[in-house]
Design a protein around this ligand. Structure first.
Ligand code: IPD
Length: 292
């Protein structure tokens, strides 16, 4: 894996358990904040620019909450969030957080958005030089939480119910697979993504575009999507959910043996992942790797 993410030292089993617990606790708290303080009429009664500003304010507030809680609990750790403001690490851990993944859904009141909190080792700003070791993804509207730690399994919890272990079963053939994907904010990238999708869509059961990469990946782990791919993800979109998928027995990579990165993320049960990766590689070759 690139500069050796697989070789990075990982925390002890006891510390991993603490990191997972902290990630879940804080993702739940930030989730309550973004739901409780979201104006009911966000998508309708504000001008578009005002509504977008409110979303930005809520993103920033949720990130500030996560950052200050993490700083109190583990002052030595680094921090990388979607909103402005990073911090270097003096420990082996950096927290990679997305305060609202699925921002457009949040704006429109579509109940598919999440808080994602991950503890990673390595440098999350460099593809292939980091890996998640613990994390949680919380959909605060459905009260569904996903959490995982390295070698600790992947888990789903609804509200305060019991944890249910996630384990990927035998996948369908690619032709019978329900495939999740997403599109970037930049129109040129979306056009490229649409052209790649046109190469893929005839070879699968159907496509879903749910609007939160973190929830898409967790849906793969939970079996409500068979597999997923997307170009253009940031570390914070995928960090926690990547681990949920791999701990459920799935594979998460880029193309042609590359690590998952902004260039491409492909996820699914190993056999299906391999089939999707081959189709995507051919699609990218047909369309051209350049976005234009
Ligand atoms: C976005 C969502 C979306 C994906 C985009 C991401 P954000 O994250 O995960 O599903 O298609 O690529 O940027 O901006 O809502 O945190």
């Amino acid at each position: 894996m690139g500069t050796g993410a697989a070789d990075l030292a990982v925390p002890s089993a006891q510390e991993l358990e603490q990191l997972e617990g902290l990630a879940l606790e804080l993702a739940l708290e930030a989730g309550r904040l973004i739901v409780d303080e979201r104006p009911d009429d966000l998508g309708v009664s504000h001008t578009k620019s005002t509504a977008t500003d409110i979303v930005t304010v809520m993103d920033q507030r949720a990130q500030d909450l996560l950052r200050s809680r993490l700083h109190s609990a583990r002052p030595q750790d680094g921090f990388l969030g979607e909103e402005e403001g990073g911090a270097d690490t003096r420990s082996q851990i950096t927290w990679v957080v997305d305060p609202i993944d699925g921002t457009v859904n949040y704006l429109y009141g579509i109940p598919s958005y999440a808080v994602s909190v991950a503890a990673v080792v390595g440098d999350p700003a460099t593809a292939g030089a980091w890996r998640p070791v613990a994390g949680a993804v919380v959909n605060p509207v459905t009260a569904e939480s996903f959490h995982a730690r390295l070698s600790g399994g992947a888990w789903r919890r609804v509200a305060s119910g019991p944890d249910e272990a996630l384990r990927l079963g035998e996948p369908p053939e690619l032709g019978q697979a329900l495939v999740g994907t997403g599109f970037g904010y930049d129109a040129r990238r979306r056009v490229w993504q649409g052209r790649v999708l046109a190469e893929v869509i005839g070879q699968v059961r159907d496509i879903r575009r749910i609007g939160s990469a973190a929830l898409d990946l967790c849906a793969v782990a939970a079996g409500s999507l068979d597999c997923y791919f997307e170009r253009g993800l940031n570390a914070w979109d995928m960090a926690a959910a990547w681990l949920v998928v791999t701990e459920a027995g799935g594979a998460v990579t880029g193309l042609a043996g590359a690590p998952p990165s902004g260039a491409m993320v492909v996820a699914g049960a190993p056999l299906l992942h391999g089939a999707l990766e081959r189709v995507l590689r051919a699609a990218v070759e047909a369309v051209g790797a350049e976005i234009g």
